[in-house]
Design a protein around this ligand. Structure first.
Ligand code: GLA
Length: 383
């Protein structure tokens, strides 16, 4: 009996793997388009769903270029959404949290809403106290992008383009922006950012996805285990503007060089933690000279086994632990997004770089090509 049972189970397994193998051979990815509603101005907005050959799915809207949902497997192979977002464009029009969006022209803050370039002072909108945050009042997260599915080797890709006019939100230069999202067959969401200008300007593009690897609605992210490849971070003042110092993470709650629970020190009696209301800081990534893409961070969620790695060409990454979420915003399926129910890892140049001569430059000259790349790579960890 026992033998028979074992034999049948074994045959079952062999059959199942043969089927899976065959299935994998014939399966291919796809990109589909559906309606995502209309803007208040009556413009029709689309939702593009990219599916790879493993069934992993990324849904992206041309409103703000936002990643609306991202379905990746857990350790049992069950696909589940891992990002915060809304069911239709209305949510994105009203949104103040930048869920999943492309951020520009300048991601993060510019102190006192101004900077000087080539002897001229540019004044921007103050949309965050005295400062400019995430591009101003109408950043790239609030504009309609031109979208088109484009061919990609080993995956599905969506190209988004936008022309930010000279003077838009106070920034100089007509900036032609192109962002390409690729969902690869190896379960990566790759984001490439390109831009050119006709006048000297500053650019710092990123994506503001809010992740919860256990799924939105599963509570806070304090038990997610985080590793960041950074020996230093940029401490901030009360307005969250970097002081200019690059401070060692050693001996502070900002030391994520060894995998540590996000919540382990988030309530620490630490000046910087208090200023951010938790983590809302830029980390200076450890980079090897000449290395194009390097690992920036790795996050593991113990209950589902989901692992997300962040690879980037950027020198910094902002860790934001959803400190401003307060349960009043309801997202996909009506779920209330509570405090610290998601985290962001926004790859970027350092905040306020246009006013910080010692930080890596964010200046883009006419004739030069802005190009950065970030990859969110998903896998699972066995028990
Ligand atoms: C970034 C900022 C935060 C906050 C969020 C969005 O992470 O650094 O302070 O503005 O965006 O709410």
């Amino acid at each position: 009996m026992n033998h028979l049972l074992r034999w049948t189970t074994m045959m079952g397994i062999i059959l199942m793997s043969a089927m899976t193998f065959q299935g994998a051979g014939v399966k291919s990815g796809s990109t589909t388009k559906s309606s995502f509603g209309k803007t208040p101005e009556g413009e029709a907005i689309e939702l593009y769903t990219l599916t790879n050959k493993n069934g992993v799915e990324a849904a992206i809207t041309n409103y703000g270029g936002a990643v609306v949902s991202l379905k990746v497997p857990d350790r049992e192979g069950n696909l589940g959404d891992v990002v915060l977002g809304y069911d239709s464009v209305d949510g994105y029009v009203a949104d103040k949290n930048y869920f999943g969006a492309i951020i520009g022209r300048y991601g993060n803050r510019i102190g006192h809403a101004q900077f000087s370039l080539a002897g001229k002072t540019y004044t921007l909108a103050k949309n965050n106290g005295e400062n400019t945050l995430h591009g101003g009042v109408r950043g790239f997260n609030k504009v309609v992008w031109t979208a088109k599915a484009v061919p990609a080797k080993g995956g599905q890709a969506l190209e988004l383009t936008y022309l930010s006019k000279d003077g838009e939100e106070g920034f100089p230069g007509n900036l032609k922006v192109r962002v390409v999202y690729t969902l690869t067959d190896t379960n990566e969401l790759k984001i490439e950012y390109f831009a050119t200008t006709d006048k000297k300007t500053v650019v710092n593009l990123t994506n503001h996805s809010y992740f919860n690897l256990a799924g939105p609605g599963s509570g806070d992210i304090l038990r997610h285990i985080l590793m960041i490849e950074a020996d230093k971070f940029t401490p901030v003042d009360v307005g969250l503007i970097p002081t200019g110092e690059l401070r060692d993470v050693a001996g502070t709650p900002f030391d994520f060089r060894k995998p540590t629970a996000i919540g382990a020190r988030i309530g620490a009696d630490d000046e910087q933690i208090k200023l951010g209301g938790g983590y809302d800081h830029n980390f200076v990534l450890r980079r090897k000279a000449g290395e194009a893409m390097s690992l920036a961070a790795r996050v593991t969620e113990p209950t589902t086994g989901r692992v997300m790695e962040v690879w980037t060409t950027e020198p910094g990454v902002q860790l934001y632990t959803g400190n401003f979420l307060d349960g009043t915003v309801h997202g996909k399926g009506g779920i209330a997004y509570g405090k610290r129910s998601a985290f962001c890892l926004e790859t970027q140049h350092f905040p306020d770089s246009p006013n910080q001569p010692k930080f890596p430059s964010t200046v883009l000259d006419p004739g030069a090509q802005y190009h950065t790349e970030t990859v969110y790579k998903f896998s699972v960890e066995k028990r």
